[in-house]
Design a protein around this ligand. Structure first.
Ligand SMILES: *[C@@H]1O[C@H](CO)[C@@H](O)[C@H](O)[C@H]1NC(C)=O
Length: 440
C-alpha cells in the first residue's frame, strides 16, 4: 500500500515540481531545518487565526474486509487523501536552490485531527499510528497527507429480508476539538472513490454518499448481500426438506418406519434453524422473515410428527372396538372424495364389474376374509387375494360404495390422506408467502 501511495504522490506532484534542477543535500537539509525551526505541530497553521482552514479530502476505498452481521460491525480498508494550506510551511524556492517540494514526517507538522467516532476498536486520530508516514509540502504551503486506514465501525444491520438484505453503513468522522469556523472539511467528490477498489465476495457495494455538516463528515456505504451462498446452502435445502416432511403420510403404516422418518426430518430442520440463527444478529430489533418461515416449517414438522403418531395409534387400535359412527362418516367422506380424483382411475378400472361383490364371493367359498384385506378374488380358483389395505385403497373405496364395514385401519388411511393434503398445503402456502414477501 505504501507503494501505491507513493505512486499517487508522484502522479499528483509531477506536474508541479521540476525535478530536473540540480539540488544538493545541503539545500534540502537547510530547508528542513528552517521549516521545522518555525513550525509548531500543535498550532492550527493559519497566519490570520480568524480565517478558516479548509481541508480538501478524498476517500479511496481499497476493499471491504467484512460486514459481520452477528456483531454488527463493518471493517474496511481505505486511503484518505487530504490536502490543506499550512502557512508555516511556506518558503521561497530561490533561496534554497530552487527546491519546490519537500517531505516531512507527519508528526512534525499539523495534521487535521480527524477521528472516526463510531469505531468499535479505538478512538484515535486518522493517521495517528502512521508517524513514519511523510507529508508532502510544496513551497506555496500546500501540504498533502494520505494515511491508509483499516477501520472497524458499528453498522446497524436490518436482516428482515435476509438473505436479500441491504444495509446502509455509516462512517462518522469528526474534526476533534475544533470549531466549524476554524477547520472546514471539503470533500472533493460526494461519493467514495473506487479507483483501487477490489470487490468483496459476500457484499456488493451499491453506492456511497458523503455528507458534511460543520466539523463532522458522514460516509454512507450501501451494501447489498450476494444471496447465492445462502440460497444454495440454506434456503433451497430447507424448502425441499419441508416438502419431504409431508410425504411421511404416504409411507405405509405397517412398514414401521414412519416415526423415525418424521423425527429425522424434524431433526434436520432444527439443525438448519440453529445454523441460520447463528448467522443472524442476536437482537430482537429486526426479525428475519426467513427465520419466521423456518420456525413455521419446524412447527409444521412437529405437527406432522404428532399427527403421524396419532394416525399409527388409530391404525393399531384393537378391531374388537367398533369404529364409531363419527369416524365412519369421516372416512367415507375423505376416501370417497379422493376417489373422484382422475388419478385414481387406474384402481377403478381394475374392478370394472368382473367382481361386483368380492365379499360375497369369499363367503361363498367359505373363506373367512376380513373385508379390509381382500383386494380381489382370483378369476380361476375363486381364492381370496389378501393384500394390505394400504396398498389398495381402491378396494376400500369399492367397499364404501357397497356400504361395508369400516375398520380402524381404513380410518387411519383416511386420516393419513387428510393430513398429507393438509401439510402439503400448509408448506406450499407458507413457501409461496415467503417467496412473495421476499420479492416485495
Ligand atoms: C483576518 O481575517 C478576518 C476574516 O477573514 C478579517 O476580517 C481580518 O481583517 C483579518 N485580519 C488581518 C490582520 O488580516
Amino acid at each position: 500500500m505504501y507503494h501505491l501511495r507513493l505512486c499517487m504522490f508522484v502522479l499528483t506532484l509531477k506536474a508541479v515540481i521540476d525535478f530536473s534542477q540540480c539540488q544538493m543535500l545541503e539545500d534540502v537539509q537547510r530547508l528542513t531545518d528552517d521549516l521545522l525551526k518555525n513550525c509548531n505541530s500543535l498550532l492550527r497553521p493559519r497566519r490570520n487565526q480568524s480565517e478558516v482552514l479548509i481541508v480538501n479530502l478524498k476517500v479511496e476505498l481499497i476493499t471491504l474486509l467484512e460486514l459481520n452481521e452477528v456483531e454488527e460491525t463493518l471493517s474496511l480498508m481505505a486511503i484518505m487523501l487530504m490536502s490543506w494550506k499550512d502557512d508555516q510551511l511556506v518558503w521561497n524556492p530561490r533561496k534554497y536552490n530552487g527546491i519546490q517540494a519537500t517531505r516531512l514526517r507527519s508528526e512534525q507538522v499539523w495534521t487535521p485531527p480527524l477521528v472516526l467516532i463510531n469505531s468499535v476498536t479505538k478512538i484515535e486520530q486518522i493517521g495517528h499510528d502512521h508517524s513514519w508516514l511523510l507529508v508532502f509540502a510544496l513551497s506555496n504551503g500546500l501540504v498533502y497527507f494520505s494515511p491508509g486506514l483499516i477501520l472497524s465501525t458499528k453498522c446497524e444491520v436490518d436482516v428482515t429480508y435476509y438473505p436479500w438484505d441491504e444495509h446502509n453503513c455509516k462512517l462518522l468522522f469528526l474534526v476533534w476539538g475544533y470549531y466549524p469556523q476554524e477547520v472546514a472539511i471539503n470533500p472533493i467528490e460526494n461519493e467514495i472513490g473506487r479507483t483501487y477498489y477490489t470487490e468483496n465476495g459476500a457484499w456488493e457495494l451499491k453506492g456511497s454518499e458523503i455528507w458534511v455538516f460543520e466539523v463532522s463528515m458522514q460516509i454512507v456505504l450501501r451494501l447489498k448481500r450476494r444471496p447465492e451462498y445462502v440460497l444454495v446452502n440454506a434456503v433451497c435445502p430447507i424448502v425441499f426438506l419441508s416438502f419431504v416432511s409431508t410425504i411421511v403420510f404416504l409411507i405405509p403404516a405397517a412398514s414401521g418406519e414412519r416415526v423415525s422418518f418424521s423425527l429425522t426430518i424434524l431433526l434436520s430442520i432444527v439443525v438448519f434453524f440453529t445454523i441460520i440463527g447463528d448467522s443472524l444478529p442476536k437482537t430482537s430489533k429486526s426479525l428475519s422473515i426467513f427465520s419466521l418461515y423456518l420456525l413455521f416449517i419446524m412447527v409444521t414438522s412437529i405437527f406432522a410428527t404428532l399427527a403421524n403418531v396419532f394416525s399409527l395409534y388409530i391404525y393399531y387400535k384393537d378391531e374388537q372396538n367398533p369404529v364409531t359412527q363419527c369416524w365412519v362418516k369421516f372416512t367415507r367422506c375423505i376416501l370417497c372424495r379422493s376417489k373422484k380424483r382422475p388419478m385414481k382411475s387406474r384402481g377403478q378400472s381394475q374392478h370394472d364389474g368382473k367382481h361386483p361383490n368380492v365379499q360375497d364371493q369369499c363367503i361363498k367359498n367359505n373363506q373367512s376374509c376380513l373385508p379390509y384385506i381382500v383386494a380381489s378374488v382370483s378369476n380361476d380358483t375363486g381364492e381370496c387375494r389378501y393384500t394390505n389395505s394400504k396398498d389398495s385403497d381402491t378396494s376400500i373405496e369399492d367397499k364404501f360404495d357397497r356400504n361395508e364395514n369400516v375398520s380402524w385401519k381404513d380410518v387411519s388411511v383416511a386420516v393419513d390422506r387428510l393430513l398429507f393434503i393438509l401439510c402439503f398445503m400448509i408448506v406450499s402456502i407458507s413457501t409461496i408467502v415467503f417467496a412473495v414477501l421476499m420479492v416485495k
